[in-house]
Design a protein around this ligand. Structure first.
Ligand code: CA
Length: 227
């Protein structure tokens, strides 16, 4: 059973999220402030964290930076929650490297969809857990990623995004299709999510970032090895 950690000081919201996650087949554990949330994340190693930004003690951004710095939690997907609807907060969250972002009030159904989309395992032919493309190697079982045979720390979402493009190398992938496949979004309102992730992904790939091409008016593609 996949385990989700909810870090949220508002008890009724935490309980509601926990209840709905359990109903959807997940195990839910809860922390009600930033410091105990960080400790619980490192101790329990959840599969995903739902992180409220407005927390007593240590705010959500500080918790997030701490989680990304620690090797035990660096790759755990994080969905940020905030009461602030401003676009700036959303963008700040995504640029910090959150996998996704929900603005309160949100429906439980929406949250479950986001969690399911992020935790969905990458598809592939059965038995093939390793996929190599150019300088990239993906271990689909452990979600470990190697760049020029060196371990490299992609988040689960960055991993899925790059793998998806590499498995379809040479063919431009439509923006809406990427948003639907990687995040489960059914409309184009979340374009910024895709671009922010792509920017970070390219930064992490360094000189190999040029393997990903922007295809104007369509989306992105990974170039073919013989191009
Ligand atoms: Ca709060």
């Amino acid at each position: 059973m996949q385990r989700i950690l909810i870090i949220e000081d508002e008890q009724d919201i935490a309980d509601l999220i926990g209840f709905n996650l359990q109903r959807a087949g997940f195990e839910a554990i809860k922390a009600h402030d930033g410091i105990s949330g960080t400790e619980m994340a490192m101790r329990e190693r959840p599969d995903l964290i739902v992180l409220d930004l407005m927390l007593p003690g240590r705010d959500g951004y500080a918790v997030f930076r701490e989680l990304r710095r620690d090797p035990r939690t660096a790759a755990v997907p994080v969905i940020m929650l905030t009461a602030r609807a401003q676009t700036e907060d959303r963008i700040q969250g995504l640029e910090a490297g959150a996998d996704d972002y929900l603005t309160k009030p949100f429906s439980s159904k929406e949250l479950i969809l986001r969690v399911q989309a992020i935790l969905k395992r990458t598809d592939g032919p059965p038995g093939s857990v390793d996929f190599t493309y150019g300088p990239f190697r993906f271990d689909k079982n452990s979600l470990r990623f190697y760049l020029d045979n060196e371990p490299s720390d992609l988040t689960a979402t960055e991993f899925k995004l790059l793998l998806f493009l590499c498995e379809r190398a040479g063919k431009p992938q439509d923006r809406n299709e990427l948003l639907r496949t990687i995040w489960g979004y059914s409309d184009a309102a979340h374009s910024r999510t895709l671009d922010t992730h792509m920017k970070r992904l390219r930064q992490k790939l360094g000189e190999h970032g040029s393997w990903i091409e922007t295809v104007r008016g369509v989306g992105y593609r990974v170039v073919k090895t013989d191009e």
